[in-house]
Design a protein around this ligand. Structure first.
Ligand code: 4AD
Ligand code: MG
Length: 460
């Protein structure tokens, strides 16, 4: 349908051509006392529907007109008669109905997408049907384009795609908010597993990975391993956070583009993020307006110290925050929004954070108090990207890990990178769903991922 309606003049030049289309009825109405029907058909290729006229001789019209019906039709493209309500320049006249999948309207699960608009909250509980809404389909197509744009961008800049593991024993952020991996196979004599047995019993819950394993919170440490031998790399995959955050900006399973640049300082990493936004302006047409705005705006850059001062000044002028402003605190969402929406009215990069509120791998600045970390904050969403220069000095890194109480032994492989040919390097992670919130203007992060995972929700 996109390839028809997307042509110049809405596809009018295709009149007379025969096509077979497959799709789903969005809306249908019988007319002419049941002698024919008009169907608005969508095939997922674009938001627009194509109007199809079907004569009663071709099919049982009462079944065809039900929203949700699937069909395959041989038809001919025609210019609709002048003066009709439809704005379409072309419509289909059905010649043969090849296949129909009818909708059960009276069964156990009546089709839950009635003509009246359902709320996004309601649809979240019907994830399987949610895909059929115009909104979710549009978001999903934009999601696809943004993923593709991220890959194209990295390829263009010779940044090599690597796959980092999902199952790992390393806690990248050192925050202890990881999902544990266990197996269901406690006693193989209780379950028909088909796996080899030793003395009739295997206890995989302890043995499978030799030790406790987790779902990754970030592929960064593994990406660093490759950046420190291959140069610039990126990873792009699902990451998991076992944090009980019931917010509109947090998911338990989210996707992250993580870029790791060798021989690069924090400045280059920050600039690379901006290029990334620049690229996004090629993503898609209308909805990308917001991205274009960002790509064309210069980002404000402020140190964490300056950001706090600005927030303190706001408080002094009467601004009320729920979270108190303190010198060495991490910014809360309301603070991020105040900076981007009220003070600067554009994206803001906050950098040089106090070391105690940031991860162990971030490079200590010469002041001994702050680290070369940065967050890119954007209006409406808050933090979109988190990045830093990585600590390449082994002694400093180990001291920081000790301060944070991290088990050095577990990170030996990571520390090794500093033992053998250590190099200045930097990177950042961009949350795909946050990017989508920003690009689409959707309000809740649960509505920009096909099957959201959050506290209390893992089914379907
Ligand atoms: O700032 P974060 O936690 O950084 C890291 O994980 C680094 N290891 C990344 C790196 O440098 N390679 O997360 C990066 C971004 C955030 O800015 C945010 O956009 C997104 O990932 N993010 C989440 N998105 C949805 N739900 C969550 N729970 C998220 N946590 C982080
Ligand atoms: Mg962060």
């Amino acid at each position: 349908i996109r390839s028809i309606l997307g042509r110049p003049n809405g596809g009018a030049g295709l009149a007379g051509q025969k096509v077979q289309i497959s799709g789903w009825v969005k809306k249908g109405r019988e007319q002419g006392k049941g002698t024919f029907a008009f169907l608005e058909v969508n095939d997922g290729s674009c938001a627009a529907n194509l109007q199809v006229k079907v004569d009663a001789s071709a099919s049982d019209l009462s079944k065809l007109v039900t929203t949700g019906t699937s069909l395959t039709i041989d038809s001919c493209l025609k210019i609709p008669p002048q003066g009709k309500a439809t704005k379409q320049k072309i419509e289909l006249s059905a010649e043969k109905v090849i296949d129909v999948g009818t909708v059960d309207q009276h069964g156990k699960t009546p089709y839950p997408i009635p003509k009246t608009k359902l709320t996004l909250e309601y649809l979240r509980d019907h994830t399987n049907f949610r895909a059929r809404t115009t909104t979710m389909a549009a978001v999903t197509r934009i999601r696809h384009k943004i993923c593709l744009a991220a890959h194209v961008f990295c390829d263009k800049h010779d940044i090599c795609y690597i796959h980092t593991p999902i199952i790992t024993t390393s806690d990248c952020e050192g925050a202890g908010e990881m999902f544990q991996v266990t197996t269901l196979i406690n006693q193989s004599d209780k379950l028909e597993t088909g796996l080899p047995r030793k003395h009739g019993k295997i206890d995989y819950s302890q043995d499978f990975f030799a030790r406790q394993a987790y779902l990754t919170v970030s592929g960064q440490l593994h990406a660093e391993t490759y950046a420190c031998s291959m140069g610039d790399v990126y990873t792009f995959g699902p990451t998991f956070q076992a944090e009980k955050s019931h917010t509109s900006r947090h998911l338990a399973e989210f996707w992250m583009v993580e870029v790791e640049l060798a021989f690069a300082g924090v400045e280059e990493a920050m600039n690379c993020c901006l290029d990334d936004m620049e690229l996004m302006k090629n993503v898609d047409e209308a909805c990308i307006h917001r991205l274009q705005m960002v790509a064309l705006t210069s980002f404000e850059r402020v140190t964490h110290t300056k950001a706090i001062t600005l927030l303190e000044e706001a408080v002094a002028k009467g601004k009320k925050f729920e979270n108190q402003v303190e010198r060495r605190m991490d910014l809360a969402s309301e603070h991020e929004r105040h900076l981007t929406e009220v003070l600067y009215k554009k994206p803001v990069i906050v950098y040089n954070y106090p070391k105690e509120i940031k991860a162990f791998y971030m490079r200590l600045n010469d002041d001994g108090e702050t680290v070369a970390a940065f967050d890119v904050l954007v209006p409406k969403v808050g933090e979109l990207i988190g990045g830093s220069q990585r600590e390449e000095r082994m002694d400093v890194l180990m001291k920081r890990m000790e301060e944070k109480g991290l088990p050095i032994k577990e990170y030996e492989w990571y520390i090794d990178l500093r033992r053998h040919g250590t190099v200045k390097h930097s990177g950042f992670g961009l949350g795909l769903e946050r990017m989508l919130l920003f690009a689409t203007g959707m309000d809740n992060i649960r509505d920009v991922i096909p099957f959201p995972r959050y506290p209390g929700r893992a089914d379907l």
